[in-house]
Design a protein around this ligand. Structure first.
Ligand SMILES: Cc1cc2nc3c(=O)[nH]c(=O)nc-3n(C[C@H](O)[C@H](O)[C@H](O)COP(=O)(O)OP(=O)(O)OC[C@H]3O[C@@H](n4cnc5c(N)ncnc54)[C@H](O)[C@@H]3O)c2cc1C
Length: 423
């Protein structure tokens, strides 16, 4: 077991955790002892969240030192993986065995447990968030006890247990739905008028298995990135002047000035699902590295109003914005999923790494989008009060009951969860 003193930082470096110690147990029994012996404890994944959702004033524990698990059950179309594994590791092994996950986020560098705990998502009209693929969880509970929850055995509470914000226990393994491996080809269209994206929104977001539109909001143009599944969407691109844009003839990176080789293969070259669905390649810096992020999830029907509002203020936030991305997510049933109960359009912002300059701008953006029903990403920055966020989740009272049932003394509670739960 490795135990280090604080401080530990998140990936972006804007959060120094308040934990006195960070543990990396090598065995399940060590983890159980740490949890049972701690006054307050929290699991830390790969630390890619931009806020204090993973923070604690007690002990932080990482589960990526536990024995490695990638157990494929071909008959059940399922894989059980160690919670601390990154999607990149899981995906490569799944692909080698002929299997795939339905979707991935923009980067494969993030841990499976941390990603699903915050409702992480990719894009696609028919694609749900990554938590929807989870069919079972193995956890260490507050007394070091072992708990297993599953979609089949616990249909009443399982939808509350996956997007958990780390408040229910330390997840040690997850079982995920898999399907036969597939191939994806990517095309990028630059110079697409934002008016066209807004007017033909269903056509744009429905043009591929997964679609992202990047923009700065004030120039009036966007870049549409299509990820077409070769067995479903066909093998060709939509056509050279599609949407009035220009098909890129070289590799493209969403952030101006960043090396395009950091991105997954484009130009219509088909390849394995896990080497196309994320924007960024493992082994390289995802996005820019020097940045802050926020994201708001709106009912899909609010897309035109959100676009109009953001274009109005786009010039004002241009100095602090690196790029913005628009994605779609299918409705799901996970209680704390930002896409709970509604087909969703997500508007993401990659800001410069300057919290003081970004927060007032973010407040102005949220002032316009929160009235449209926006829910902030659990792992990114927001200026919304916890009570405002809590009120956007109709199953939050049920989640509160689940937390009290599984962690009655609040051993996994941190300020983030306490604010949300109204403690
Ligand atoms: C460059 C970049 C790109 C991103 N792109 C996307 C994107 O495309 N889509 C998207 O939705 N988000 C995206 N994110 C946000 C990211 O997916 C979330 O912050 C996610 O939580 C990261 O996972 P993590 O392992 O780093 O979690 P952490 O930040 O380490 O932890 C997040 C939460 O999970 C809990 N947790 C972690 N491990 C466990 C465990 N074993 N048991 C119980 N709880 C646990 C923690 O306690 C905490 O509450 C991006 C972030 C970055 C930095």
């Amino acid at each position: 077991m490795l135990t280090t003193g604080a401080p530990a930082h998140n990936w972006a470096g804007n959060v120094t955790f308040g934990a006195a110690r960070v543990h990396r147990p090598a065995a399940l029994d060590e983890l159980r002892k740490i949890v049972a012996g701690a006054a307050r404890v929290r699991a830390l994944g790969t630390g890619h969240s931009f806020n204090r959702v993973a923070d604690t004033d007690g002990d932080l524990v990482r589960v990526d030192g536990l024995p490695r698990r990638v157990e494929i059950d071909a008959e059940r179309s399922a894989v059980t993986v160690g919670a601390g594994l990154r999607y990149a590791e899981v995906a490569a092994e799944l692909h080698a065995a002929g299997f795939a996950l339905a979707n991935l986020a923009s980067l494969p560098h993030i841990s499976v447990a941390g990603s699903v705990a915050t409702g992480t998502h990719g894009s696609g009209d028919g694609r749900r968030g990554l938590a929807s693929a989870v069919s079972a969880l193995e956890l260490v509970g507050p007394e070091g006890d072992l708990v297993t929850l599953s979609r089949d055995a616990d249909p009443g509470r399982f939808p509350g247990a996956v997007v958990s914000l780390g408040a229910l226990g330390v997840v040690t393994a997850l079982t995920l739905d898999v399907e036969p491996a597939f191939e994806v080809a990517q095309w990028v269209y630059n110079g697409v008028p934002l008016d066209t994206v807004a007017e033909r929104f269903d056509e744009v977001t429905g043009a591929a298995y997964s679609v992202s539109t990047f923009t700065d909001w004030h120039g009036g143009l966007g870049t549409v990135w299509l990820k077409r599944r070769t067995d479903v969407d066909g093998t060709g691109p939509p056509g050279p002047g599609w949407l009035g844009g220009t098909a890129a003839d070289a590799l493209w990176h969403p952030i101006p000035g960043m090396p395009a080789e950091f991105c997954t293969e484009q130009l219509g070259v088909p390849g394995p699902w896990h080497e196309r669905l994320p924007h960024f390649r493992p082994g390289f810096t995802p996005s820019r590295g020097e940045e802050l992020q926020s994201e708001l999830f709106l009912p899909r029907a609010a897309a035109p109003a959100a676009f109009a509002a953001l274009r109005e203020v786009g010039a004002a936030f241009a100095p602090v914005l690196q790029v913005s991305e628009i994605r779609t997510i299918a409705a799901d049933e996970q209680w704390l999923s930002p896409a709970y109960g509604r087909d969703t359009v997500a508007v993401h912002f990659t800001w410069i790494k300057d919290t003081e300059a970004v927060l007032p701008v973010l407040a102005a953006v949220e002032e316009r989008l929160l009235p449209l029903g926006a829910r902030p990403h659990w792992g990114k920055l927001t200026t919304a009060a916890p009570a405002t966020v809590a009120a956007r989740y109709e199953r939050l009272p049920d989640f509160r009951d689940l937390v009290r049932e599984l962690d009655p003394a609040g051993r996994f509670r941190n300020d983030f969860a306490a604010g949300l739960l109204g403690d």
